[in-house]
Design a binder for this molecule. Structure first.
Ligand SMILES: [Mg+2]
Length: 322
């Protein structure tokens, strides 16, 4: 199904598992809220196990399944990291302008970098600095840019562009190339964004699987079945981990617990899994203890922004103003 076209009420698909799929526009807004909430929940949950190995996690936590903070950043419980921070930069820029304005996104990133956040990926830092120093909005292609930094923050660009595939590509790739310009990062961003769109529209697991399989067919590096077991910041490892646990579990909670217990770049794999699984399972699928454990200011903003971004999307009848 194309993600183009107007919103129309539809019957809840039968998909087994623990998924409830409310139909119509309100159901879609619920899943958009859950997608952005999923980014923050996955980030906060995974920050605890970032850079750990699965066996180190087992030894220290048994199964890590609570938002407790800590980790190498020594976060307070419920705090989030660059994944959510940068997503919020994009959301604020879109909502401020009412459209996707790349310079407005770059300005938000620059203000965020000037605030001296504790965790900035090297490629993100370089891209933002190049904007600050040279006004550069498109990083030149670079073989080292296949990290997951563009993928981890793209949820707002996907939510806002539902219903217009050209706008979707412009927004998702535009924000990506501010810092990451690599074909595998681009392909990962587009695939994940299409999966978010399909899930918001209420499509079932097999339809999302076709999207993941198409990515693997185009770029066999992404093959995730059987799961290779790497969960690093390389966008290929990141998406393999997310896909493996998304497609082999039947709830938001099981997907996220599986992902963050692989360690590695766990806050980012958690954020990306949360984005896709949130859009798929909806707010009711996100454990209340995780939602409540989030920093209240972050929770309030991601929930409001998720709904707002979808309401101004072309799918909700708003033509793109550019
Ligand atoms: Mg992070």
């Amino acid at each position: 199904m194309s993600s183009s076209g107007p919103v129309s009420p539809q019957s809840p698909p039968v998909d087994g598992g623990r998924r409830v799929v409310p139909a119509g526009p309100e159901g879609m807004i619920d899943r958009a809220v859950a997608s952005f909430l999923g980014v923050a929940v996955g980030d906060a949950l995974g920050a605890t196990t970032e850079f750990m190995t699965p066996s180190e996690i087992r030894e220290k936590h048994g199964v890590h399944d609570r938002i407790t903070g800590g980790g190498w950043l020594r976060l307070k419980p419920g705090k989030v990291t660059d994944d959510t921070d940068m997503s919020l930069c994009i959301a604020r820029a879109i909502l401020e302008k009412g459209t996707f304005d790349l310079r407005a996104v770059a300005e938000r990133f620059a203000a965020w970098l000037r605030s001296s956040p504790p965790d900035v990926g090297a490629t993100c830092r370089k891209g933002i600095r190049d904007y600050m120093l040279k006004g550069q909005l498109v990083s030149p292609p670079n073989e080292w840019d296949a990290g997951n930094g563009a993928l981890m923050r793209m949820a707002p660009a996907a939510l806002f562009s539902l219903g217009d595939d050209a706008l979707f590509e412009r927004a998702v790739i535009g924000q990506a190339h501010l810092t990451h310009n690599h074909p595998l990062s681009d392909a990962a961003c587009l695939c994940a964004g299409r999966m978010v769109h399909l899930a918001i529209r209420g499509e079932g697991r097999s339809r999302l699987r076709r999207e993941a399989d198409a990515l693997v067919a185009a770029h066999p590096d992404f093959r995730f079945d059987p799961y290779p077991g790497e969960a690093s910041g390389y966008v290929v490892h990141t998406l393999q981990t997310v896909f493996h646990f998304f497609f082999s579990t039947r709830s938001f909670e099981d997907c996220l617990v599986g992902v963050v217990n692989r360690g590695g770049d766990a806050d980012t794999t958690g954020a990306i899994a949360g984005m896709i699984a949130g859009a798929y399972y909806g707010v009711a699928g996100i454990p209340d203890r995780w939602r409540k454990a989030l920093d209240p200011a972050v929770r309030t903003e991601v929930e409001a922004s998720g709904a707002h971004l979808l309401r101004i999307s072309p799918a909700f009848g708003r033509p793109e103003a550019s």
